[in-house]
Design a protein around this ligand. Sequence first.
Ligand code: AKB
Length: 331
Amino acid sequence: VMVDIRHFHMDAQTFKMDYPKVLITGGLGQIGTGLAKIMRKRYGKDNVILSDIVKAPKRILDDGPFLYADILDLKNLQNIVVTNKIDWVVHFSALLSAIGEKNVPLALKINVDGLHNILELCKQYHLKLFVPSTIGAFGPDTPRNPTPDLTIQRPRTIYGVSKVHAELMGEYYHAASGLDFRSLRFPGIISADTQPGGGTTDYAVKIFHDALQTGVFNCYLRQDTRLPMMYLADCLRSIVEFMEIPSEQLPMRTYNVGAMSFTPEELVEEVRKYVPHLTTTYSPDGRQAIADSWPEVLDDSNARADWKWEPHYDLAATCKTVFEKLLPSMM
Ligand code: AKB
């Protein structure tokens, strides 16, 4: 009998069942620590292992298990999986869109060679695998408003190309070897206390810190550049809900997930409700061309129909929550 553990509104301490042991790669990026936190609450502290190739700060080490894991070293990964009896891998390691263009060989190594290791690892040890995809997996020939799941995917960044490769490789391993591969195409992710690492949507995180620290926000995108975005809590919940759906109930392996879409101008207007003196300038750089090739609005109707995806945060709720988190730390 398949048990859908979403129906148990208890945490791991109060309800004992067969929880998965999860390895998160690239765990010190924008979303890894947040995912570890909510998965540890659900599956137990010691069942979720964060990993990265850089040293973790003490507050992360205090929260639960942390390991060195180099995704380019298959033996190291095999050792970790066997020693820790891993069941699921959440593979966050990747170079994002803007930074990928600055170092294409490194992006290929991490985003493509690294993914190949992870796929082989998960096939060998029968692990469930989650790999995030992105609005960056679409390109200038894609319908932009709205962008459906199945459409033209001809991205022009190495990040986008590597993510289309990841989607197709995961789906290939699923069809050919039965690998339980799952992927969600995320919009730009907005977080309060973690920083994104070199993406095109980073401005939507930077604005909050600039507003509070200097009151001056210089945006590298034009004021009318509309992009899909999502608050971190929705992103993390989407991963957990998606991972907990029994495999045979998923008609597809890669889904768009949407939440909101806005322009820098609209974000500034909302942020001014909290920081009225905020001044802004717009000086588009190379990231403008990337943004111009991406969707404006994601069509996530398949995710909503197949596994009941529903975002909780719109632009107003996102700004309210981010300021509630950041303002006390300013006092
Ligand atoms: C980026 O801007 O590169 C990422 C993404 C949308 O995948 N935040």
